[in-house]
Ligand binder design. Structure first.
Ligand code: NAD
Length: 418
């Protein structure tokens, strides 16, 4: 399908086809399972601070509607295209099915550079994008959440815009919003904490001791920073961290509190004085025990997969590993991969909890949220590991198989309307 033509969409399709071949899914069912149910493309005119009007391209892709409303993040990034958004929506579908959530996958995006926009411009962009999307979203239709370049404030503006339109307050229209507006305790930290929890499970599986392990983290935003802190809390030494500006390393271990303060002050990692600068291109090849790609897609490729020197890859980002790199990693028996749809599922699981709390207007303590989250992650990890061992396949293939199979069964039981 040309509409979605993009290397990331091709990659998601390749992954799907591998599983469809294994499960001997018929050609008719493949097309139904693979291609997005609905895609929206909108022009978003925004009055910029200098007085001119700029029109941004905005998208929302709802991958399938079989199990409930769709759910997925909203990304602000200069490289956003409908193909990338469609791939991310597809991965959300498998992730929700793997973890047993009553959702289909979705994703949204606006092609913009949020780092070059003022708060006022971002607010106007967000409100107008939400306004354009109102016919397609709703607490029982499609629920957004933060992703790269968006945050709690973005969700607050979306919730306010939707509520002004409805005429009453609708907290359940978005998740990942501030706790003061009906957000869930623990949502902000959920993805990164989930990543660290599963890495800890993988360390147990491999017989590694956290206090003897080192970690390298690519991306120091919501997912990467929280994952780094959580790993450090388990006793892991975080020796190198990178973001879009560059990367720093300190073999004795980076002081993450000071790095946080530096990033808050300067907006970037580069120039952090308590670490030496390292080239971003080779960050992922730094010798370590745990590697956490937590930035963007297609970072581990056929060019660097053979050079990676770690025991565990915990995929915080969505789609950080290309299928070609995946083949190399699968052949390398020295690396245990926790695939994205499992590893970063903590975010959507707590988003689900937030939605449930909003719908009931009944809120849970942080420990209740975390306890329920870890139980779901534990179950999904065990199911994935068991299938991988039983069938002699990679953790990624096992996780995708579980997710796709669940959806295939649901579609079969519902039948084809009319
Ligand atoms: P974010 O915007 O908070 O942070 C992104 C980080 O990546 C920033 O530190 C940025 O500087 C860095 N980055 C961007 N381009 C880079 C590059 N070329 N090289 C190195 N670093 C780069 O985003 P986030 O919410 O932390 O999301 C990160 C990843 O995790 C994305 O793949 C996202 O889809 C995925 N994810 C996020 C959530 C969530 O709850 N936020 C949930 C599941 C998955």
């Amino acid at each position: 399908m040309n509409l979605y033509s993009h290397p990331t969409f091709d990659m998601a399709c390749q992954q799907f086809d591998l599983v469809a071949d294994r499960l001997a899914i018929s050609a008719d069912d493949r097309a139904r399972l693979k291609f997005p149910k609905r895609s929206m493309s909108v022009s978003v005119p925004v009055k910029m601070d200098d007085g001119h009007t700029q029109v941004f391209a905005g998208y929302r892709v709802q991958h399938h509607l079989t199990l409930g409303p769709t759910k997925g993040g909203l990304r602000y990034h200069p490289d956003v295209t409908i193909g990338e958004v469609a791939a991310l929506a597809m991965w959300m579908s498998w992730k929700c099915a793997l973890t047993g959530l009553p959702y289909g996958g979705a994703k949204g995006g606006v092609t913009c550079d949020p780092r070059k926009m003022s708060m006022g411009e971002l607010e106007r962009l967000t409100r107008r994008y939400t306004q354009e999307m109102i016919p397609f979203i709703g607490p029982q239709i499609d629920i957004m959440a933060p992703d790269v370049g968006t945050n709690e404030q973005t969700m607050a503006w979306m919730m306010d815009t939707y509520s002004m339109h409805a005429g009453y307050t609708v907290p359940s229209i978005v998740t990942g919003k501030p706790v003061s507006l009906g957000g869930s305790l623990g949502r902000r930290e959920s993805t990164g904490r989930g990543v660290a929890y599963l890495i800890n499970r993988a360390m147990d599986t491999l017989g590694l001791e956290a206090s003897r392990c080192t970690a390298v983290v690519q991306g120091f935003g919501n997912v990467g920073a929280v994952a780094a802190h959580s790993l450090a809390r388990f006793g892991v030494k975080v020796i190198a961290v990178g973001d879009a500006s560059g990367a720093v390393m300190n073999r004795r271990g980076l002081d993450l509190q000071r790095l946080d303060a530096h990033v808050r002050e300067t907006g970037q990692i580069i120039s952090f004085e308590e670490g030496e600068a390292v080239p971003v291109e080779t960050l992922l090849e730094t010798p370590c025990d745990i590697l956490v790609p937590a930035a963007l897609e297609r970072q581990i490729t056929s060019a660097n997969a053979g050079k990676i020197q770690c025991r565990i890859i915990g995929e915080g980002a969505n789609g950080p590993t290309t299928p070609e790199a995946d083949e190399i990693l699968t052949q390398r028996k020295d690396i245990f991969v926790i695939p994205d749809i499992l590893c970063n599922a903590g975010g959507v699981v707590v988003s689900y909890f937030e939605w449930v709390q909003d719908l009931q207007s009944f809120f849970w303590s942080e420990s209740e949220v975390m306890d329920k989250l870890f139980r779901i992650l534990e179950g999904s990890f065990n199911q994935t590991l068991n299938l991988a061992k039983k069938d002699g396949i990679s953790m990624r293939l096992a996780a995708l198989t579980l997710g796709i199979r669940r959806l295939q069964e649901a579609k079969k039981i519902r039948g084809l309307f009319p």
